[in-house]
Write a protein that binds this ligand. Sequence first.
Ligand SMILES: NC(=O)c1ccc[n+]([C@@H]2O[C@H](COP(=O)([O-])OP(=O)(O)OC[C@H]3O[C@@H](n4cnc5c(N)ncnc54)[C@H](O)[C@@H]3O)[C@@H](O)[C@H]2O)c1
Length: 296
Amino acid sequence: MKKVAVIGSGTMGNGIAHVFAQNGFPVSLVDISEEALQRALGTISKNLDRIVAKGNLTEEQKEQTLQNITTYTNTQEGVKEADLVVEAATENVDLKLKIFRDLDSFTKPTAILASNTSSISITKIASVTNRPDKVIGMHFMNPVPVMKLVEVIRGYSTSDEVTQQVLDLSKQLGKVPAEANDYPGFVANRVLMPMINEAIYTLFEGVAGVEEIDTIMKLGMAHPMGPLQLADFIGLDVCLSILNVLYEGFGNPKYAPCPLLVNMVQAGHKGAKSGQGFYSWANGPKDLVVADRFKK
Ligand SMILES: NC(=O)c1ccc[n+]([C@@H]2O[C@H](COP(=O)([O-])OP(=O)(O)OC[C@H]3O[C@@H](n4cnc5c(N)ncnc54)[C@H](O)[C@@H]3O)[C@@H](O)[C@H]2O)c1
């Protein structure tokens, strides 16, 4: 695998482009928004500066990494030579199906088409292409340059050969891949989201307050942050939409989103990105205080 294209240059796309470029791959970074592409290059440069400051990269390597990235607003141009495309566009089924239909016609027939989706079925995405054996999930974690895991998701028709190539490639990027089959939520979100939902239920039912729930899970289970803070960080709208995927996908009431979560999302309290969730994020992550609504 030589040339890589990344579709979408938001939170995840810029991190994915960064990691491939830093490992010597020429990367085409594609977005519909020129502004998003410029922002992504700025973020990548800043993140590389941090690695240089820690002594883990030289200035020359930083420059080389940036030179490995070319930006495009035209998808066809950006992907035509790619051996691997990693799609990290907005989480929307119809959008992803359209993107994969286009990728199927714009790329070389041998190219592997991967999606970074958190919750959409890889098998469904593969079904709109003429190469379902070459469609796979490559689920990076946020922030991509820091987090080691890549959850590699095999769609119903993904071939052994393509799976092995993606597992090997993930290792080449310095990541640790773990393979999962394509069922709702895969592994990461199927295990994480019910825990977050249960934490919200314990708050909703008055079992404990925000700080107590997070302290118990942080110190008691050695989690780096409590589930409510993590939910705010991921985005409460994202948590709700993944819980709905689990709920609908399995038809099991145990995945039903807590009514408090539904209310918060409807009220626009989406966590860190909206400034308010279980915590107030007005002063950034280093100075978190429980949101007024949940103060005792
Ligand atoms: N944010 C996370 O923590 C996280 C973690 C794991 C996986 N994911 C998944 O990664 C994907 C991207 O999430 P994100 O948080 O980076 O989103 P984001 O909103 O930060 O970025 C999405 C980008 O996609 C671009 N885009 C939209 N339509 C496009 C198109 N047709 N062609 C090219 N670009 C297009 C947008 O302009 C935007 O820049 C989603 O599938 C999400 O579920 C996100």
